[in-house]
Design a protein around this ligand. Structure first.
Ligand code: UDP
Ligand code: MN
Length: 349
């Protein structure tokens, strides 16, 4: 690595040399990616470096260009002050819209500052880096509505964030484990938001940040008359730090179909002597986009039996036993879509 700073010094010595180098980079870039696209297939859950036959020389030029921009960004970041404790951009309760004719192109053009699902405030250093994990399958319209509202919402909270959305055979909990592991492979995040695709936050004072204790963000939703679904409910949208989630060994991997996995996470949290905190019911309000129960996500009839063994099973069923195969990572403009093979239930229920 120490090769690069000295390389920059040489580069900076002459503008002409730099321009020449830049031209070479452009030529190398075109040559390298002329028959490639932005999709990247990664095998066995590891983000191993891509070796698509890039020539040694061209690769060096590209890396030096990338390192330079990283260096510039680090310098810029150091010069910026930390964002204020309360963002001046918050607006409180927001009127949400769900226009059936909304398109992804429109949402992309409204969010020009988001690059590959990621945003960093330009005028201050965000207080937390937050990965938003959205498990989804066959809910494209819901994802579109959520992206439409969530990007501006998170930007008003002055967060550094990225949105990861995963798509596979349905097992919400395991997909969220995969999201956590893959997001950490990508970058070092402080905080994780586990987010249903159909829940749109109504008030930007509901902060997508982590706290001393795990936080549950959906106190009320329109479909339940804005009441907590039941005492101890920990589903829908929740926030945990990297350490809190690791401490409970993540979600269980063994809940296929609908229900139980959020209760399992609550049990894991209490077993670790942590407690669940919630923002006020005035603020933690959501609109759920209407839907029926999805096919392929039937009620998990085994959930009560599974919940009875959580106090033992949490040690071996979780992040430390989460096996999967990443089929593709697509860096779309507004989110990073990870398609995974998470396998099938061990036995039919
Ligand atoms: N989900 C999905 N496709 C499915 C089933 C579930 O994307 O076929 C995801 C989606 O994020 C959804 C979450 O799992 O919001 C929870 O499922 P659901 O909305 O059915 O639960 P409920 O409405 O009862 O909270
Ligand atoms: Mn739902």
């Amino acid at each position: 690595m120490s090769l690069f700073p000295s390389l920059f010094k040489i580069i900076r010595k002459g503008k002409c040399l730099f321009l020449l180098l830049l031209c070479l980079c452009v030529v190398a870039w075109i040559a390298t990616f002329s028959n490639d696209d932005t999709d990247k297939a990664v095998q066995d859950g590891s983000n191993s470096p891509d070796d698509k036959g890039v020539g040694g020389f061209a690769q060096m030029e590209l890396e030096s260009e990338m390192m330079q921009s990283v260096e510039e960004r680090v310098e810029e970041q150091a010069a910026k002050e930390s964002c204020p404790e309360q963002s001046p951009l918050l607006r409180g309760a927001i009127k949400l819209s769900f226009d059936p004719s909304l398109t992804i192109g429109q949402v992309e053009s409204e969010n020009g500052e988001v690059v590959e699902g990621q945003y960093n405030p330009s005028d201050c250093t965000a207080r937390q880096s937050v990965a938003i994990l959205i498990p989804h399958r066959n809910r494209e319209k819901h994802l579109l509505y959520l992206l439409h509202h969530l990007h501006p919402f998170l930007q008003r909270q002055q967060l550094h964030y990225a949105i990861y959305a995963g798509d596979a055979t349905f097992n919400r909990a395991k997909l969220l484990n995969v999201g956590y592991l893959e997001a950490l492979n990508d970058q070092s995040w402080d905080c994780f938001i586990f987010h249903d695709v159909d829940l749109v936050p109504e008030n930007d004072h509901n902060l997508y940040m982590c706290e001393e204790q795990p936080k549950h963000l959906v106190v009320g939703r329109n479909s339940t008359g804005y009441k907590l679904r039941y005492k101890g409910y920990f589903g829908g949208v929740s926030a945990m730090t990297k350490e809190q989630f690791l401490k409970v060994n993540g979600f269980p991997n063994s809940y296929w179909g609908w229900g139980g996995e959020d209760d399992d996470l609550r049990i894991r949290v209490t077993l670790q002597k942590m407690s669940i905190i919630r923002p006020s019911s005035q603020v933690a309000r959501y609109t759920m986009v209407f839907h029926k129960r999805d096919s392929g996500n039937q009620i998990n009839k085994d959930r009560m039996r599974l919940l009875r063994r959580t106090h033992q099973a949490w040690k071996t069923d979780g992040l430390n036993s989460c096996s999967y195969k990443v089929l593709s990572v697509h860096r779309a403009p507004l989110f990073i879509n990870i398609t995974v093979d998470i396998g099938r239930p061990e036995r039919a229920h």
